[in-house]
Design a protein around this ligand. Structure first.
Ligand code: SF4
Length: 324
């Protein structure tokens, strides 16, 4: 197996709040290889976005704290880098596309000037070089008539077009790693499909690795080779797309899969996972999923299940897998 591009080892992140200490990410480990597309899935509040932001050292400290673990990118430790080194990594090597482009883009500058700024800051391009490259990038991500749209403002673009602008900005410095944090959540279904197809084609064209954050297992089915499922700060299952969809092991993953509407069967009602995510300031002991799990046993209330190997590429953290 080649060296991973990104390696996250036993990462634990806490937030020290007035109301108490919240562990947002607890002992999370995974690796992403060159060209791999990796989906991190879970409900809101599971710790996906905190994990993603920690990879670019974007966790505000305080109140945040990297309590343990390390993140290695291309062989170097992200947490041991100087401010200059990490600034160099952001945008140039790791780029991020956010969920809500309207809040990530500045409404008082034209989209062209915002993409151009990235090019001039990171690649030391002249104004005219940056403008020409911006038009090229806007065309590449499918913005029609980029030569005239370059001087438009964010409010003049639709949601899908804004996300294309975010993608053009992310691709501007030819990064080797893209983090897409719920990039399609704010879009309607048909535009979602177009943006997903665009991200996939850009990943292939620029030979990037992808970390795709979403709450929607249906979305990762299209975008990712490997899928990790997160619940209440823990990774609960990880495997190839086929392993997760054909042979899911963890009751939470099975619940997520059951809650996807199926076109091929007549369904009167959807099958949601009962209950809601636990209070992360006062989580239950043992397996954090036990108050919602139909298979919970006595041991589930007492002991945190081990993230154990099912096959060399498939892992699950459930006491059911400890049974002989
Ligand atoms: Fe359910 Fe127990 Fe498995 Fe947790 S460890 S998912 S409570 S069976």
């Amino acid at each position: 197996m080649p060296e991973p591009v990104l390696s996250v080892d036993d990462l634990t992140i806490r937030f020290h709040l007035k109301r108490g200490t919240l562990t947002a990410v607890d002992g999370v480990s995974f690796q992403i290889h060159k060209g791999e597309t990796f989906g991190l899935v879970g409900e809101s509040g599971s710790g996906k976005t905190v994990t993603a932001r920690s990879l670019m050292r974007l966790i505000p400290t305080p109140p945040g704290e990297i309590a343990s673990g390390r993140v290695m990118f291309e062989g170097a430790s992200i947490y041991d880098m100087s401010r200059e080194q990490i600034r160099d990594i952001r945008g140039r090597k790791i780029a991020m596309v956010f969920q809500e482009p309207m809040s990530a883009l500045n409404p008082v500058f034209t989209v062209g000037s915002q993409i151009g700024d990235v090019l001039r800051t990171n690649l030391a391009m002249s104004r005219s070089e940056a403008r020409a490259r911006t038009i090229e990038l806007m065309g590449l991500v499918g913005i029609p008539s980029p030569g005239s749209r370059i001087d438009s403002y964010v409010h003049e673009f639709s949601g899908g077009m804004r996300q294309r602008v975010m993608l053009a900005m992310a691709l501007s410095c030819n990064p080797s790693f893209l983090i897409a944090d719920e990039p399609t959540t704010a879009l309607d279904v048909t535009i979602q499909a177009t943006i997903l197809a665009l991200i996939s084609s850009m990943i292939e064209r620029f030979e990037m690795s992808l970390l795709f954050i979403t709450h929607n297992l249906g979305v990762v089915a299209h975008a990712c080779d490997t899928i990790a499922v997160m619940y209440a700060s823990h990774l609960v299952e990880m495997g190839t797309k086929a392993e997760i969809f054909v042979n899911p092991q963890h009751p939470y993953t099975i619940g997520l899969l059951n809650s996807i509407p199926k076109l091929e069967v007549q369904q009167k009602y959807l099958s949601p996972i009962e209950g809601s995510v636990c209070n992360m300031l006062d989580p239950p002991g043992g397996c954090k999923f036990h108050p919602r799990c139909a298979h919970a046993m006595a041991i589930c209330r007492e002991a945190v299940p081990r993230f154990r190997e099912i096959t060399p590429s498939h892992y699950s953290a459930c006491h059911l897998n400890d049974q002989p």
